[in-house]
Every structure is written in structure tokens, then in C-alpha cells.
Design a protein around this ligand. Structure first.
Ligand code: UD1
Length: 396
């Protein structure tokens, strides 16, 4: 599988430059990696390859994002697909090991906390290839979440840990991770958001549904803890239907959620617009102009904080507490009935502070940290003292 997917171009290397292999697999990875990839490309000090595990494969949750972000078509495409966690992670581990044996990268960059992230980190570390974890140090402290396993294990095998908020460093220190491996570079997903925002606002995606700015709620739900529990999902859909009777609701339905709703025959009607997963700029448009957002996603909690849009998170925990302390996020708990209070909460003023280094330049700082790690850059002033920790050296 892996051998067939490797093109001659993927193997070709320019002499003298270290090789960075970026591994992506699922939708949120693309927005995180794109600014780093683009910054490294501009700098020209390293060679790069983009490896896609194929964890996400539908056009609507995958292909459309590559058209909108500064990412090339993947140089290597695996076909891991869906499956149980062990099966999906194992397939990715097997495929990625073969790819790394062939490419021999000098560092493997893995973003976020999806199954592909952990698989890539394991495959690399077992070949003694250093791992760089982008968005390191997040903790929900909820061991029932597959993402919590992925992020913790990945952090502990990484040589360079790029953090995006201040509490991440504390979480890593509490687990005994050497501070010299940690660099606070900021939130690269917010770089992507800021870059897409002007175009997204022009798209006015809400108008296609006959809606007005601030005249609707946006809903996204996909976590197994919610959508794989028949009773919880049924109560959630009922609460969304009740909300829809008071204020229009736009609900782009993730493939996992769509399948579960179909199996259970659940379909809110009335004021609820059930739509396909949205391309990035349309989703940003819907989010930026919403009166409020209901979600169980991690990235959406961050994006709404920067956009100043009230966010209501249908989870018991968040690995992104800064979106509550600084931002617009309210943790509702896994209590769908609380959704019906949202129309009364929308009038509350949310004075959001944008967290440090969520400034649209995190990709540049991440690129500098990687270049320093690889020993191809010493001259750094970008971010000044904020990058002082980005001195971790590649083990010889
Ligand atoms: C994964 C991540 C989650 C991330 C989310 C973003 C893990 C453990 N979870 O969850 O952290 O927030 O991606 O979407 O890695 N499916 C399709 N087409 C696709 C992909 C998935 O139909 O292109 C369906 C399949 O029925 C599959 C289900 O969605 O069984 C779940 O996909 P999976 O990759 O297991 O995880 P997500 O729920 O998307």
C-alpha cells in the first residue's frame, strides 16, 4: 500500500537540506499544518513532504480543504480509512513506517490529537526519527476521550513540542517533560482563520439559506461520547429542534453523526437546516456571522473565541480552558436540555480577550523553531524571548 503510493517526486531530495515530513489524516489537521508548511516553504531552508494517512477520505471532509489552504496535494497518500481505534491506528502505523523508511525524514511533524497523530509519532520514534508535536500540551484530563490518549502519548515521545497556549507548558511540566523541548509558538489554526476571514465574510454563506447575520445558531457535533450514545443523541436532536422553533439553526452534519442519526431515524425539522459538512471558507463565514455556536469540537471553541462569537460546548470537559478564561466559551456539560437556555444567554455581553500568540503569525514561529531544531537557522529574532525555548536540539 505505502510503496505504491510513493511517487518519484516524493522520494526526490534536494541535496543538503533536511527533510520535514508532515503527517495529516483528519480535517482539523489541515488548518494547523498549512501555515507551518507555507512558512517553511517561504524560508527555503528545508525540504518538505506532506503525507496523508487517509483517515478522512470523503470529499466533503477532506478534498475541499486542500483547495482552500496553502497546502500542496499530499506527496504520499495512504488509505487507512475508518475502523475501530486499534485497527485505524495500526493501519496508519504500518503504512507510515514504510513511508518513513523510504523517505528517511530528519523530523516528522504531527499536529493535534487524532489517531493519525499518534500513529505517525510511534512510527517515527521507533525508527529514531525525531517527532515534532504541533499543538502540544493540551489536556482534558478525561481518559475516556481517544484524543486524550493520542495527545499525551504523542507528547511523551516528541523531541520538539510546539505549544499554542500558556497553560500547555504547565501541563507538560506537571508530567515531567523537559522544558528545553518546549517552544511556545502560538495557534497556527488561528493563522488559517485570519487568512481566510476576509474572503469568508464576502461569501455570506448564511444568505444561501435565507438567513441574516446574527439571526441563527450554528451547530457542529461529532464526538463519540455524544453521538455514539443513542439516548444522548436523541435528546440532543430533540433539544436542537426545540431551539430551531425559536431561532433558525444551521447544522452541518459530520459523517459519523449523519450515520448515527440515520440509524436512529432522528431528524429535527422546522427551523433546523441540516446541511452537508461545509468547505472551510463557508464554515468560517457561517461561524463569524452566527448569533452563537453549539459544538463539541476543540477547534471551534478556539475560532469562536477569536471571532468574538458566543460558543456553547456540549461536553463535560475542555482541553482548551483558555477559551473559557479569555474567550467566549461556556461549557454546558453533556446535558442537551441546557441547549434550550441559549436564546436567553445570547444577550449577555462577551468581552473576549484573544489569548497570547493567537495573532496570525504562529506558523512563522513554528517554522523558525523547526529550523533551529534542525540546525539550519541560528539568526532568530522572530518572537524574541517567546522563542527562547525553541532551542531544543535534534538528538545526534
Ligand atoms: C476524528 C478525530 C477527532 C476530530 C475529527 C474531526 C480521532 C480519534 N478522532 O474523529 O479528534 O475532531 O476527526 O472530524 O482521530 N467518516 C466518513 N468519511 C470520512 C471520515 C469519516 O464517512 O471521510 C465516517 C465513518 O463512518 C467513520 C466515522 O465517520 O466511521 C468516524 O471517522 P473517524 O476517522 O473514526 O473519526 P471522527 O469521528 O471523524
Amino acid at each position: 500500500m505505502a510503496e505504491a503510493a510513493l511517487t518519484t517526486f516524493a522520494r526526490a531530495r534536494r541535496r543538503g537540506r533536511p527533510l520535514v515530513a508532515h503527517v495529516v489524516g483528519a480535517r482539523p489537521n489541515y488548518m494547523k499544518v498549512a501555515p507551518v508548511y507555507a512558512a517553511l516553504e517561504r524560508s527555503g531552508r528545508v525540504d518538505q513532504r506532506l503525507v496523508h494517512t487517509g483517515q478522512h477520505y470523503d470529499r466533503l471532509v477532506n478534498d475541499v480543504f486542500f483547495n482552500e489552504l496553502p497546502l500542496p496535494e499530499p506527496h504520499v497518500q495512504l488509505a487507512v480509512g475508518s475502523g475501530n481505534h486499534g485497527e485505524q491506528t495500526a493501519k496508519a502505523l504500518d503504512g507510515l513506517e514504510r513511508v518513513f523508511l523510504d523517505l528517511r525524514p530528519d523530523v516528522v511533524l504531527v499536529p493535534g490529537d487524532v489517531n493519525s497523530t499518534l500513529a505517525a509519532a510511534l512510527a517515527a520514534v521507533k525508527l529514531q526519527i525525531p517527532v515534532c508535536h504541533l499543538e502540544s500540551g493540551l489536556r482534558s484530563f478525561d481518559w475516556a476521550m481517544p484524543e486524550e490518549h493520542n495527545r499525551r502519548l504523542t507528547d511523551h515521545v516528541s523531541s520538539l513540542l510546539l505549544t499554542h497556549c500558556e497553560d500547555a507548558r504547565e501541563n507538560l511540566a506537571a508530567e515531567g517533560i523537559d522544558d528545553g523541548r518546549v517552544a511556545f509558538v502560538g495557534n497556527t489554526m488561528i493563522d488559517s482563520l485570519m487568512a481566510s476571514l476576509p474572503g469568508a465574510l464576502e461569501r455570506a454563506a448564511y444568505a444561501r439559506l435565507g438567513l441574516k447575520p446574527r439571526g441563527y445558531l450554528l451547530v457542529t457535533l461529532h464526538r463519540p461520547a455524544l453521538v455514539d450514545q443513542a439516548d444522548l443523541l436523541a435528546r440532543t436532536v430533540a433539544a436542537i429542534a426545540e431551539l430551531g422553533a425559536r431561532i433558525p439553526v444551521v447544522f452541518p452534519v459530520h459523517p459519523r453523526t449523519r450515520d448515527r442519526m440515520f440509524q436512529l431515524g432522528l431528524s429535527p425539522d422546522g427551523g433546523v437546516h441540516l446541511v452537508d459538512p461545509q468547505p472551510y471558507s463557508d464554515f468560517v463565514s457561517l461561524m463569524a456571522s452566527a448569533a452563537g455556536v453549539v459544538t463539541d469540537s476543540g477547534g471551534v471553541q478556539e475560532e469562536t473565541t477569536v471571532l468574538g462569537v458566543p460558543c456553547f460546548t456540549l461536553r463535560d470537559s475542555t482541553e482548551r480552558p483558555v477559551t473559557i478564561s479569555h474567550g467566549t466559551n461556556t461549557l454546558l456539560g453533556l446535558e442537551p436540555e441546557r441547549l434550550t437556555t441559549i436564546p436567553d444567554l445570547l444577550g449577555d455581553r462577551h468581552v473576549a480577550r484573544i489569548p497570547a500568540l493567537w495573532d496570525g503569525r504562529a506558523g512563522e514561529r513554528a517554522a523558525v523553531a523547526l529550523e533551529r531544531f534542525l540546525g539550519v537557522r541560528q539568526d532568530v529574532a522572530v518572537g524574541g524571548p517567546l522563542l527562547r525555548a525553541a532551542v531544543a536540539r535534534r538528538p545526534d
